[in-house]
Design a protein around this ligand. Structure first.
Ligand code: H79
Length: 463
C-alpha cells in the first residue's frame, strides 16, 4: 500500500516556472527511491544540536561570543586545552530522552536527528576511537545517543545522526581549527597542510562505523560542511554507510552525491522540485543553545514554513537546542506543540502529500532589476495559500482569508466536491465560464491556517 502510493506520488508532475523547469530529469535509481520512501512521507523532523557549547551558551568567561552557539569555540578562538575543560561540567541530570521523543511526537515530527559530533569534536556517544566523548570524559558517564536510540525504539520514532566529518576543532588533522593548529590548506585553498586523511581514517570514519553499529537502525547520517572533502573521500564514508546499513540515508552535504539534496541552512527554495530535499532550520537564530537568543519563531511562522516546504516537495528539519541540564527551552516546546495540535487535525494535507501542481502561488520573480545580496534576481514571495496533493485530493491551505471568491487554478480533471478538512463542512463549488471558485466561510475556522480539500476525478492532476 505504502509503496503503491509512493509510485503515484512520484508520477505527480511538478509544474514550476523558471529554473526548475529547465532541469533535465535525473535518471532514477530504484534502490535510492526505495530508501527514500519513508523520508518523502515524513515531511517534518526534529533536529537537535546539543553538546559542550550548551554550557557557555554564547558567553566565554564573561565575554559574549557572537554568532551561532555551537560555533563559540571558533568565534572566541578558545584553545582546545581550555575548551576541553567543559567536559568536567557536563552533567545533564534533567536529560529525559522519552520527554524529547514525546515532544517530537506531540509536534507531529516523524524523525529526529541529533548531533553525534559537531565541529567542536566532542562526541555525545561512547566511543572507543576517541576518549573525547560524553561517556569517558564527563562526570555524567552515560551514552546520550544510546539513551535516545532506546527511547526512539520504544516510541517508534526514526533516529538519525549529525556527524561533522570534515571540521573537527579538537584534532590537529581535522578541518577548521586555525587558532591552535594553523590554516587547513595552502594558499591554493586545496592542498591540505594538515594530516587530514589521517584524521579521517583514525577518527571520523571509525566513529561513523560506531554510529552505524551500536545504536540499531539509523535513519540517516547528516554530514555537514564538506571542507576539503573530495568525491573520493566522500565515497569512503558512503561505502561505510552502505556496507553497515544499506537503508540509511545520506544527506546532501557529504562531499559526494547523497540520497537527497540539503538546502542551505534556513533556506527555503522559491519553487518546487521533484527530487527529495530538506531544509535544515532554526527555531530562533542559533542551533546550539544561547542564553541571549529569545528570537523564537512563532507557531504561525513555523507552520507556514512547513506547508511552504511540503508544497515544494521538501522536508522541514526544525532544530531545538537543549540547555546544559538537558531541558529543551519552554517557549519553542510550546510553539512546536501548537503546530502539532494543528497537524493532528490537518495532517492529511502534509504527511505523504506531493508538491503543488500549480506554482504561481509561491510568488513571482521581480520584473524590475532588483537583485538580492548574492546578485540573484529577487523572488517576491506570496504567502496567502499553498497547495499539496494526494491521489484524488487537492489540499489548499490558507494562511489568510482569500479574496472572495477564491478561484481554483485550472486543471482538466473533473472537480467532484470541496470541504473543510478540519470539520468536513461542505464548501459549495461554483463553476462559471469554465472557472471554478468557492467562498471561504468567514471568519476562517482556524486563523493560523485553514485547509480546504478539493476532490477530483482520477489520481493525479492533469493541467
Ligand atoms: O550545525 C549547524 C551549523 O553549525 C552548521 N550547519 C548547521 C546545520 C554550519 N557550519 N558552518 N556553517 C553552518 C556556516 C557557518 C557560518 C558562520 Fe561563521 C559561522 C557564520 C558565523 C559563524 C564562519 C565563522 C563564518 C563566519 C564566521
Amino acid at each position: 500500500m505504502r509503496r503503491s502510493m509512493f509510485a503515484v506520488l512520484l508520477g505527480v508532475s511538478v509544474v514550476a516556472s523558471g529554473a526548475a523547469q529547465t532541469q533535465a530529469p535525473r535518471p532514477t535509481d530504484p534502490a535510492k527511491e526505495k530508501r527514500l520512501a519513508w523520508f518523502r512521507e515524513a515531511k517534518y523532523g526534529m533536529f537537535i544540536h546539543w553538546g559542550l557549547y550548551a554550557i557557555p551558551a554564547g558567553e566565554w568567561h564573561g565575554r559574549r561570543c557572537l554568532g551561532l552557539g555551537e560555533w563559540l569555540m571558533n568565534r572566541c578562538q578558545v584553545p582546545v586545552r581550555e575548551y576541553e575543560q567543559l567536559t568536567t561540567q557536563f552533567n545533564p541530570t534533567k536529560f529525559d530522552p522519552d520527554a524529547w521523543v514525546q515532544l517530537a511526537q506531540d509536534a507531529g515530527m516523524k524523525y529526529m536527528v541529533i548531533t553525534a559530533k559537531h565541529h567542536d569534536g566532542f562526541a555525545l556517544f561512547k566511543s572507543a576511537v576517541s576518549a573525547y566523548n560524553v561517556f569517558d570524559a564527563t562526570p555524567y558517564h552515560k551514552d546520550i545517543l544510546k539513551q535516545l536510540a532506546d527511547a526512539c525504539a520504544r516510541h517508534g520514532m526514526r533516529l538519525g545522526f549529525y556527524y561533522s566529518q570534515s571540521q573537527d576543532w579538537h584534532e590537529p588533522g581535522g578541518a577548521g581549527n586555525t587558532w591552535d593548529f594553523g590554516p587547513d590548506t595552502a594558499p591554493d585553498g586545496k592542498t591540505p597542510l594538515k594530516k587530514y586523511d589521517d584524521y579521517l581514517r583514525s577518527k571520523a570514519e571509525p566513529q561513523v562505523k560506531e554510529l552505524l553499529t551500536n545504536y540499531g537502525p539509523v535513519a540517516l547520517i547528516w554530514f555537514d560542511t564538506p571542507r576539503m572533502m573530495t568525491p573520493e573521500r566522500g565515497q569512503r564514508f558512503a561505502d561505510i554507510v552502505r556496507t553497515l546499513q544499506p537503508d540509511t540515508l545520506i544527506d546532501g552535504r557529504l562531499g559526494r552525491e547523497g540520497d537527497y539534496r540539503s538546502t542551505g541552512d534556513n533556506v527555503i527554495p522559491s519553487e518546487a522540485s521533484a527530487e527529495a530535499w530538506e531544509t535544515p532550520a532554526t527555531t530562533n537564530d542559533t542551533w546550539g543553545f544561547r542564553k541571549d537568543d529569545t528570537n523564537w519563531k512563532g507557531p504561525g511562522q513555523i507552520l507556514f514554513k512547513l506547508i511552504d516546504i511540503v508544497s515544494k516537495g521538501g522536508n522541514y528539519l526544525l532544530n531545538v537546542g537543549p540547555m546544559a541540564d538537558g531541558v529543551i527551552p519552554q517557549i519553542p516546546q510550546e510553539n512546536l506543540r501548537t503546530v502539532g495540535r494543528w497537524l493532528k487535525v490537518n495532517g492529511e494535507a502534509v504527511y505523504g502529500s506531493g508538491p503543488s501542481p500549480f506554482g504561481d502561488e509561491y510568488g513571482e520573480w521581480t520584473s524590475r532589476n532588483a537583485r538580492d545580496v548574492r546578485g540573484q534576481k529577487l523572488f517576491l514571495p506570496d504567502a496567502e495559500w499553498r497547495a499539496t496533493v494526494k491521489p484524488g485530493r487537492l489540499f489548499l491551505t490558507f494562511f489568510a482569508e482569500p479574496r472572495v471568491p477564491f478561484e481554483i487554478p485550472p486543471f482538466r480533471n473533473q472537480l467532484l466536491r470541496a470541504y473543510r478538512l478540519a470539520d468536513k463542512a461542505p464548501i459549495p463549488l461554483k463553476t462559471e465560464n469554465g472557472k471554478t471558485s468557492f467562498d471561504m466561510p468567514r471568519p476562517m475556522l482556524d486563523p493560523m491556517a485553514t485547509v480546504v480539500v478539493v476532490e477530483f476525478a482520477g489520481d493525479k492532476i492533469v493541467r
